[in-house]
Design a protein around this ligand. Structure first.
Ligand SMILES: [Zn+2]
Length: 467
């Protein structure tokens, strides 16, 4: 595998920057008689996606470079073969003959010294790098390795992953969940650049900066057509029952790909989708939050907690939250929480009673599970709603039915959200009313360290991986 990789790397065309593109275009198009034009005979580097018939009548998708060293089109399979040294050198899309060896290193130096990588034509070493698990277990099962590039369907978009944020789901999938086929690529929250769009995709174009809706759904059943994607029978979170974004390239249905504004960098964008759509669906879609209500949000430092505090404040709710140390308590206040309970030193329901003058809260937002369940139920006011999206500390809880009916409580389950809700909450993120919070950024190859870091639960905000 390594041998193939080094050959592919040698053959890999270098990225070309806008600056050199302009120079090349200028020489080619506006100054045909320019003496330099004798060595710039080709158009700028470009590539597209095509198909090739296989022997058994199937269709084999192929990357095509329009300019190989000898000027003909070559497919991605050709890249795997050693270069013909008799061919002319292909550098930065300019085809230089061997007669200009002194200019070549000069151009390379110029590009690497002065041209920013951003906005360059995007190439990667084939095969791509990804983190996969081949068995369930601890962080040691995470393997950073070569994986075949994804194949793009005509209705899909190929995204170069620039950032992938972690969620507790990553830990659960790694330890083992039903429905996960091995080997498996983790990662739900993706931001990156479009490399290529399939033939049927008209709304998006290469080089657009995007984030990915972290959900998989069929997009044609009655529930999907009604906009209730999270009730689709095929619904799952990206990186759960389907491969996710801990990799360099991912092919996705166009419906999942959402352009992002320039103000949002890739790490910020990757920190948004899953937790913000989850918190939005919990508070607006399930618990029907109204201005002025009092909301108890468990775990201020979690991704869902950080999103929920901001969303509840946007609805002018009174927010009570919980945190485990002074640093997190201060950070929760900065996000807008009105009251922060130290859940290691104080009893949550007692503090809630004091804060609400013995009334209780309208809504409890739960995702902690067994460790906080009793306190959460006791914190509700009469006819209050408890909405839950997770069970980080365990799924089995007790419930006194007499308390449930006599207090007329509502217990609501919530699973991620719909595309409509994602777009709605993103509009607030893009406008700056809701802000992602990043705790730490790791290189993707340090995936095991990142998982160990998350398991210690010391973070306030998202852990982001950079391929
Ligand atoms: Zn469906």
């Amino acid at each position: 595998m390594n041998g193939d990789r080094s050959i592919a790397a040698k053959q890999k065309p270098r990225v070309i920057t806008p600056g050199l593109l302009v120079l090349n275009q200028w020489v080619l198009q506006t100054r045909p008689a320019n003496p330099l034009s004798w060595w710039t005979r080709r158009k700028p580097l470009s590539r597209h996606f095509g198909e090739e018939r296989t022997e058994d009548g199937g269709v084999e998708p192929q990357w095509w470079m329009s300019h190989s060293p000898d000027g003909r089109s070559v497919s991605s399979t050709d890249w795997q073969h050693p270069p013909d040294t008799a061919r002319k050198l292909n550098l930065n899309g300019l085809h230089l003959s061997a007669a200009v060896p002194k200019i070549t290193p000069l151009l390379v130096h110029f590009q690497e010294a002065f041209c920013p990588k951003k906005g360059t034509y995007d190439y990667h070493w084939s095969p791509m790098k990804a983190v996969r698990i081949h068995q369930f277990g601890g962080p040691e099962v995470l393997t950073y390795e070569d994986v075949p590039d994804p194949k793009l369907r005509k209705d899909q978009v190929l995204v170069r992953v620039r950032a992938c944020a972690m969620n507790h789901l990553d830990l659960f999938v790694r330890r083992g969940l039903p429905g996960v086929n091995l080997p498996h690529i983790l990662g739900s929250d993706i931001a990156g650049e479009i490399v290529e769009v399939g033939e049927y995709v008209t709304r998006l174009k290469p080089q657009q900066r995007v984030l990915v809706a972290p959900m998989h759904f069929c997009n044609h059943c009655p529930k999907c057509v009604a906009g209730l994607q999270n009730q689709c029978r095929e619904f799952t979170v990206l990186g759960n029952a389907v491969d996710g974004g801990n990799c360099e390239l991912i092919a996705l249905p166009a419906v999942n790909v959402i352009p992002i504004p320039d103000a949002l960098d890739f790490n910020q964008a990757a920190s948004v989708p899953l937790v913000f759509v989850t918190a939005w669906h919990m508070l607006t879609g399930r618990a029907a939050i109204r201005p002025g209500q009092t909301v108890l949000i468990l775990g201020a430092n979690s991704g869902v907690g950080i999103a929920a505090i901001q969303i509840a404040k946007m609805f002018n709710a009174r927010v009570i939250t919980t945190a485990g140390d002074d640093h997190k308590i201060e950070a929760a206040r900065e996000l807008g929480a009105d009251y922060v309970i130290n859940h290691y030193q104080q009893k949550i329901s007692q503090e809630v009673r004091k804060i609400t003058n013995f009334e209780g809260v309208d809504i409890v937002l739960e995702h902690v599970g067994a460790a906080t369940w009793d306190e959460s139920v006791k914190s509700l006011k009469a006819a209050g709603s408890l909405v839950t999206c997770g069970a980080t500390t365990g799924p089995k809880v007790e419930l006194d039915l007499r308390f449930l009916f006599s207090r007329q409580l509502s217990l609501l389950g919530s699973y991620m959200g719909t595309m409509s809700e994602l777009n709605e909450v993103l509009s607030h993120v893009f406008a700056g009313r809701l802000k992602p919070v990043i705790d730490h950024i790791f290189p993707l190859k340090d995936i095991r360290i990142a998982h160990e870091y998350m398991e210690k639960s010391q973070m306030f905000g998202k852990i982001v991986l950079n391929p």
